[in-house]
Write a protein that binds this ligand. Structure first.
Ligand code: 1HN
Length: 348
């Protein structure tokens, strides 16, 4: 916008006068507000698991899980200091629970997923049923379902927490409460929900066996189930030129993404496979599960190691290269963007 000098002077005077009335001129900010293309404040970034783990274990010497409520190091995007966000819509953290510890029961409006980094045998209890966790299991605590964690084993357990905290904050919709006992009473034996709702079946609606919330019954997607499914797909299916072999985790209630705001998937890229680049609106946090390679995100190369976490902000072009067979887990805001009609893909 080009303005004559005296026009600019008079406008500035007008802005100064109206500022105390909390009024501002749209024409000064329109181009920033309604951009021709997205411009994320989030940076491309990778967190080394080994480095983060060292800090987390040192925190473990200084504060208990019970004291902290949740002993978590937040993975904060370097482009968004102070936001507690990995991308504008999502949160990520690394949580440690040491042998013998518990993290007390609470529930909140935010949806959470856990992706296990190391350890075996600690649990998350969801509405009183334990999901006993192993490395690379996916466990959900959907919004407003009670959850506590415990580690009865003799080794530390660490997982990635992925939540929709910034999205809920955006809508000013956060509610939370604590249970007045530390751990929930057991409502069902471990594995009960997987048996009832996790095999493409469900108890007859309204029967006494139908005990989980209808919109969000399932909360455990074990590694020993998803890994063979992905490997079998890789043996037989034609490969998608953009994604490699990819499987999305589903909510069996509606065949949609795992939670209303968050979608999650795993993918396998055979050694030497170089997918065609693709950009999508889904801001995604990835975890390396196996193998190695490189992620080229726009013009930044990120070396991929198992358990490292890296982030691809919305509409950043991603090209993955697998030096050896590469397996990745990813969670994104695609579920929310789909509902808002913002989702489309640009594939090269
Ligand atoms: C939460 O409930 C957990 O239950 C972890 O383990 C991280 C971060 C913010 C808000 C709630 C958990 C969280 C959280």
């Amino acid at each position: 916008m080009t303005l004559a000098n005296d026009q600019r002077t008079q406008l500035e005077a007008l802005y100064a006068e109206m500022a105390p009335a909390h009024l501002t001129p749209l024409w000064e900010s329109l181009a920033q507000l309604v951009r021709p293309e997205p411009k994320s404040p989030a940076h491309v970034h990778r967190w080394s698991y080994d480095a983060a783990r060292d800090y987390l274990m040192r925190a473990g010497d200084l504060i208990s899980a019970e004291q902290a409520e949740r002993r978590v190091l937040i993975l904060e995007n370097p482009g968004m200091p102070g936001s507690s966000a990995i991308v504008p819509s999502l949160y990520a953290g690394l949580q440690l629970i040491l042998p013998g510890e518990i993290a007390p029961a609470h529930r909140h409006a935010q949806c959470a997923l856990r992706f296990v980094m190391e350890g075996e045998g600690a649990f998350t209890a969801v509405d009183g049923e334990k999901a006993v966790m192993r490395s690379f299991d996916l466990v959900l605590t959907p919004g407003w379902q009670w959850h506590d964690h415990g580690n009865p084993t003799d080794t530390p357990m660490i997982w990635l927490d992925g939540l929709d905290i910034p999205t809920v904050r955006h809508f000013d919709a956060s509610f939370a409460e604590h249970l007045d006992v530390k751990a929930q009473a057991e409502s069902a034996p471990p594995g009960d929900t997987l048996a009832r709702y996790g095999r493409n079946m469900r108890p007859i609606r309204g029967s006494t066996a139908d005990r989980r919330p209808h919109n969000q019954p399932l909360f455990h997607y074990p590694y020993f189930e998803w890994r063979p499914a992905l490997e079998a797909m890789a043996r037989s299916a034609p490969i998608d030129p953009h994604l490699g072999h990819a499987l999305e985790f589903l909510n069996p209630a509606d065949g949609g993404p795992v939670m209303p705001t968050i979608a999650a998937h795993v993918r396998l890229l055979p050694a030497g496979f170089e997918p065609r680049p693709g950009a999508s609106p889904a801001a995604t946090g990835f975890v390396g599960v196996g193998g190695g390679g490189t992620a080229l995100i726009e013009d930044q190369a990120v070396t991929l190691h198992p358990r490292d976490v890296f982030v691809v902000p919305s509409w950043h072009r991603l090209t993955l290269r697998a030096d050896e067979q590469l397996i990745l887990f990813g969670y994104s805001d695609k579920a929310a963007q789909d509902k808002l009609n913002l989702f489309k893909e640009e594939l090269a």
